[in-house]
Write a protein that binds this ligand. Structure first.
Ligand code: GDG
Length: 468
């Protein structure tokens, strides 16, 4: 049976940094790694004065974890630079925030080479290698240079941008060519698969063959959509936990004559927080009768604080929430609360459950797991309503949500009114349709579909049969 090697920028196995900080993705990958006696390889999160390539190996809850430290210039140019100042904004349609800096590109290539060289001695001939996300696009090319012949798959967690955006990147062709060193390239939605294929056809004279195989640069790669899900079962169990119940009670006591609207997002410009606040402000102005019946809570833990565009959002959001509260608050009520703190996952589960509306309005999002977590946490007999941006990958799977354009305060305001006044029967009907998807296409199904496709289905079925 093949082993599985998972490669991602950060390595975060359950039990590693406190159970509560770990999401469904980490749990699902860890479960696969246990089943396949695999290794999880990535950056340690630490920097050293000089890169040494020294591997640190440890076992965490039955998973072998292998990490390597990076140099400060690696961190600046690869992680903060090319990954988070170039690819992240560009792939989220923010050309205005995209840094086109050659040293970032060089740092990105260097770190991918360093990762490949460090990982190389751990690879055995039959291993399946699964590389994650935009930090590591050139990984397969670097591994191939070192003679690795194994099957290597790549999964992109963020959107694949439209052709005209992609070509603004000076080295776009080299970046895309590097994807042809993989055997399988997976995207979140069929829309991103199509965008990738369109780029390859237009810019590299590529050919789209049967079953989404794509030929270009003298090679052929399998592409496909693998929408990621959450661990719905785990979420349902978490809702029943003591901490979730405490958080639920706390929020319920706080909103006795009010309905709670909840938003949960890393503080990131792609999540559309300012536009969401503007939509809520419009709702308050348009609905004087409903106004005092709501409380909006936005949980927005800070992320990527060393990147200036991330520091700036916080200031803008503070100003906006100050303005909204200043305009609409009363002696005993503030309509909007924004907390820049990280909560435990079981606390989030209680918070989702207490909220009558889940407001998920990113401007662009590969998938968006918060939408699915909100659905998974609802009471089937009295579920809340999900309002979801059409630009989240999850909108493709969750059409029973109230779908909005996040750039329109009017659409957000109308959807809020509709959600807050929706009859129980309609809420139940919509929630059932949503939950059926969240439960059916969960994170385990995503992982199995990807690993199955990477292994070539027959080998995968054999491996699963052996494991069971
Ligand atoms: C990328 C893609 C894609 C948030 N606040 C807290 C907290 N969270 C958790 C949520 C959720 C996760 O973080 C965020 O997941 P998203 O999917 O919303 O977004 P990204 O972080 O941007 O992830 C995205 C994803 O990869 C997977 O492929 O869906 O499109 O951008 O699980 O619950 N967790 C805790 N405390 C918080 O305060 N514990």
């Amino acid at each position: 049976m093949s082993r599985l090697i998972v490669v991602s920028n950060r390595v975060n196995p359950p039990g590693g940094k406190g159970e509560e900080s770990v999401g469904g993705l980490a749990m699902a990958l860890a479960a696969a790694l246990r089943e396949y006696s695999g290794i999880w390889f990535g950056w340690s999160g630490r920097t050293t004065p000089m890169f040494t390539g020294q591997l640190a190996m440890r076992r965490v809850e039955g998973v072998t974890v292998a990490t390597v430290d990076l140099e400060q210039s690696d961190y600046d140019e690869y992680y903060n630079g090319y990954a988070n100042k170039t690819l992240w904004p560009l792939f989220h349609y923010r050309v205005d925030l995209t840094a086109y800096d050659r040293t970032f590109d060089e740092g990105y290539q260097r770190v991918n080479r360093r990762f490949a060289e460090t990982l190389r001695p751990l690879i055995e001939p039959d291993d399946l290698i699964w590389v994650h996300d935009y930090h590591l696009i050139p990984m397969a090319r670097e591994l191939r240079r070192l003679g690795v012949k194994n099957r290597i798959g790549f999964f992109l967690h963020i959107p694949w941008p439209a052709h005209q955006l992609m070509v603004t990147l000076p080295s776009h062709k080299a970046l895309v060519e590097a994807l042809f060193d993989y055997d399988l390239v997976g995207f979140q939605t069929p829309e991103y698969v199509t965008a990738f294929q369109e780029y390859v056809a237009a810019e590299a004279g590529g050919e789209i063959l049967a079953e989404d195989r794509v030929k270009a640069f003298g090679r052929t790669v399998q592409t496909g959509a693998f929408p990621i899900g959450v661990d719905a079962q785990d979420f349902a169990e978490m809702v029943a936990s003591e901490r979730a119940a405490k958080t639920y009670d706390r929020m319920a006591a706080h909103t006795v004559f009010r309905k709670l609207i909840i938003g949960v997002d890393r503080l990131d410009y792609s999540k559309g927080l300012e536009e969401r606040f503007l939509g809520f402000e419009r709702f308050l102005a348009d609905n004087p009768d409903l106004r005092r019946q709501v409380l909006m809570v936005q949980v927005a833990p800070v992320s990527r604080e060393s990147v200036s565009s991330y520091q700036e959002i916080r200031g803008r959001l503070d100003a906006l929430s100050g303005r909204i509260n200043g305009e609409h608050a009363d002696l005993d009520w503030n309509p909007l609360r924004c907390v820049n703190r990280n909560y435990r996952r079981d606390e989030l589960a209680g918070l989702y459950r207490a909220a009558k509306v889940g407001l998920v309005t990113p401007l662009r999002d590969g998938m968006n797991l918060v939408a699915k977590e909100y659905v998974a946490a609802q009471d089937p007999k009295d579920p809340g309503v999900l309002i979801l941006s059409r630009f989240a990958g999850s909108a493709n799977q969750l059409p029973a949500a109230l779908i909005v354009n996040p750039n329109s305060p009017e659409e957000i305001s109308e959807a809020l009114k509709r959600a807050l006044t929706m009859p129980l029967a309609e809420r139940i009907e919509r929630w059932r349709a949503l939950f059926s998807n969240v439960q059916g296409e969960d994170v385990g199904a995503w992982r199995d579909a990807f690993v199955g496709a990477l292994a070539g289905d027959d080998r995968f079925h054999e491996a699963s049969a052996l494991a069971s």
